[in-house]
Design a protein around this ligand. Structure first.
Ligand code: ATP
Length: 411
């Protein structure tokens, strides 16, 4: 913790009664000069102190948020098998362990055999869960007609081309693959830093092929749906079958398909089961069907090689942070619906945004618009973009390692 810098001494004025008027005037003039100088120094210190106070407030906010997250422990999902005199026999999902546990009075009145409940580490029933269809709905994001098109994605033309070839062609012209006698890639894995447009790519290809977009986040399966991962993966493929043509998109696949560790906690076993289910769904999959499988990760280095074998995620497409030209394109895409002054030089701006991801640039454009609104203007000027850069960088966003949670990515 840095200590406050020492403050300048308070100026003193000693007037000798023997002084002549001229000497007294000179002493008072010097004293005044010194007062002005000390005032300036104190002003600077105050500004510094305010800056430091804001930094500390941000730190406190961040720590409080982290503390809250740490305090909220996960709950496990179980099914109530039987109810006997205020006690319940529950079967935990995932490991099928049966446990006899107390049910607190108010809950006991609402619970029936067959209900799904959330239990804590000591198997005490914490709450009644909605029925299964709700869990399915919560775990998956289904969009019949996603509203992203290739023209909304900047700076990754080569990746768009590869995705179209690997996903769009087999959906649009499956017979071509049959005629030529080649199998299209079974699964397409997009890997690269956060916020580079991987989800957009998957949505755009679903849009282009009039396919339903079905997304499941690996991290949520592990965090929110403990004990249900493998069932939800099965549901995911069933739902895609019902909604053909469909694009399945598993975001953050590293959460369920990372390299095996030596640790043997029940959580790891659960993750393993979820991954095995995914592998078996993919293995039993007809590659020429009307369902295409895509996944994304920011942690390619963590992935278990089993999921990269032929017939599984066998087409890898790297989606990097955009280069200068790409950044200019992304800026233009995000500014195209904004009323922007004619003289805004996107190329020059893009040159200064080294290390910005697409998501950072989207945030930048919104922030620039906010500056114009605050200033009561209807047109966004170049100065607004520059103010936005400054603001985002002060806030630790955009191109720095300060972004919470981003530091440990290998990209
Ligand atoms: P994550 O790994 O964090 O899930 P992602 O790579 O899937 O990130 P997206 O969700 O596709 O990133 O992008 C987030 C947002 O950032 C988009 O909604 C869009 O506004 C903007 N964005 C990211 N990349 C691009 C891009 N290449 N072109 C235009 N906008 C982009």
């Amino acid at each position: 913790m840095s200590r406050s810098p020492s403050l300048p001494d308070r100026p003193r004025l000693d007037i000798d009664p023997e002084m002549s008027d001229a000497e007294r005037f000179e002493a008072i003039r010097k004293h005044h000069e010194r007062l002005v100088q000390v005032n300036r120094e104190l002003g600077d210190r105050l500004t510094e102190a305010r800056g430091r106070r804001d930094e500390l407030t941000d730190d406190v906010d961040r720590l409080m948020r982290r503390n809250e997250t740490l305090k909220t422990s996960s709950l496990y999902v179980a099914t109530v098998e039987e109810l006997v005199d205020g006690e319940a026999v529950i079967r935990q999902h995932g490991n099928n362990q049966e446990v006899l546990t107390d049910v607190e009075g108010r809950l006991a009145e609402r619970i029936e055999a067959g209900d799904r409940v959330a239990v804590d580490d000591s198997f005490s029933v914490q709450r009644l869960l909605d029925d299964e269809t709700d869990a399915r709905a919560q775990a998956m994001e289904v969009e019949a007609d996603p509203d992203v098109s290739y023209t909304d994605i900047g700076g990754i033309d080569e990746q768009i081309r590869e995705v179209r070839e690997a996903v769009e062609d087999p959906l649009d012209n499956p017979e071509r693959f049959v005629k030529v006698g080649v199998e299209p890639p079974a699964g397409v894995l997009l890997h690269g830093p956060p916020g580079t447009g991987k989800t957009m790519l998957a949505k755009a290809v679903a849009n282009e092929t009039d396919a339903t977009f079905i997304k499941m986040a690996g991290s949520e399966l592990v965090r929110k749906f403990i004990g249900e991962g493998s069932r939800l993966v099965r549901d995911l493929f069933d739902l895609a079958g019902e909604r053909e043509p469909a694009v399945i998109f598993i975001d953050e696949i590293d959460a369920i398909a990372s390299k095996r560790t030596d640790s043997k906690t029940s959580g790891d076993a659960e993750v393993q089961r979820t991954m095995m289910q995914l592998l078996s769904e993919m293995d039993g999959f007809d590659e020429r069907g009307e369902v295409r499988i895509m996944a994304a990760t920011n942690r390619f280095d963590m992935l278990d090689e089993a999921i990269l074998r032929p017939g599984r995620f066998d087409r890898l497409i790297e989606v990097p942070d955009p280069g200068e030209e790409g950044r200019a394109q992304i800026l233009q895409i995000h500014a195209r619906d904004m009323s922007v002054a004619d003289d805004v030089d996107f190329d020059a701006l893009a040159g200064e945004l080294d290390g910005y991801s697409g998501a950072d640039i989207a945030a930048l454009a919104t922030e620039a618009g906010m500056f114009a609104i605050r200033d009561d203007r209807t047109t966004v000027a170049e100065a607004d973009f520059r103010d936005a850069v400054e603001k985002l960088e002060d806030a630790g966003e955009g191109a720095t390692d300060e972004v919470p949670g981003v530091t440990d990515y290998r990209y």
